[in-house]
Ligand binder design. Structure first.
Ligand SMILES: CC(C)(COP(=O)(O)OP(=O)(O)OC[C@H]1O[C@@H](n2cnc3c(N)ncnc32)[C@H](O)[C@@H]1OP(=O)(O)O)[C@@H](O)C(=O)NCCC(=O)NCCS
Length: 182
């Protein structure tokens, strides 16, 4: 389902709109954006993306947002997936598709904003993610927000002529409570 509007310091997370579809098609077909995503250069079309956005409400294990800057520029999306309210846990994903906004803290602000919602509003106990070892920006972004590396799926993906490890990172409620820089 679409998430509620959440405000961070730099970003506004809002429900996904059909008007976002063209940006997603461009980003999902851009290899520099998708190089360390699970699926690369999806070949997705505008109609397929619009159909996906229309169906968002059906999946109870997912909460999804578009990411806007505070000035209202649409720069990406973020989601909770494998959300499980019985075991109070979720996995998380992010794409900043507009490369003009990379390395300026938008990823970190999005992550902090979503974690706040997960721990304070949804009362989750565990927040997890996975990131491929080549994704240096991702690993730094998540580490700076306090997530801990908990394990490695060795040689999990074959890309650019080699196997890459998949790093599993997480934050627990007990750790979040102690976190200074939320
Ligand atoms: C990964 C991603 C979400 C990071 O978002 P972002 O807004 O660029 O990240 P931030 O600016 O908050 O943090 C990135 C940090 O990594 C640093 N960094 C960037 N490239 C780096 C590199 N090659 N080596 C080391 N550090 C690097 C940045 O300088 C920044 O650190 P700083 O705050 O100390 O300056 C974004 O790049 C993205 O969406 N990429 C494409 C899709 C993707 O990979 N999604 C995530 C899949 S797990």
């Amino acid at each position: 389902m679409n998430g509620p509007i959440l405000k961070g310091k730099k970003v506004i997370l809002r429900p996904m709109s059909l008007k976002d579809a063209a940006n997603f098609v461009r980003w999902f077909n851009d290899e520099t954006v998708t190089r360390f995503l699970g699926r690369q250069n999806t070949g997705i079309t505008l109609n397929q993306e619009k159909a996906y956005i229309k169906k968002i409400g059906n999946n109870k294990e997912q909460i999804i947002w578009s990411i806007d800057t505070k000035d209202g520029v649409h720069i990406g999306s973020t989601d909770l997936h494998s959300l499980n309210l019985v075991n109070k846990k979720t996995d998380w994903g992010i794409i900043i598709g507009d490369k003009n906004y990379w390395n300026q803290g938008y990823g970190q602000d999005t992550l902090k904003t979503v974690m706040k919602y997960c721990f304070n509003t949804l009362k989750l106990n565990r927040f997890g993610l996975s990131v491929y070892e080549g994704n240096a920006a991702g690993i730094k972004c998540y580490s700076k927000c306090g997530l801990k590396k908990e394990g490695v799926k060795r040689q999990s993906i074959y890309r650019y002529g080699k196997y890459w490890d998949e790093i599993i990172m997480s934050m627990l409620k007990s750790e979040y409570k102690l976190l200074k820089n939320k």
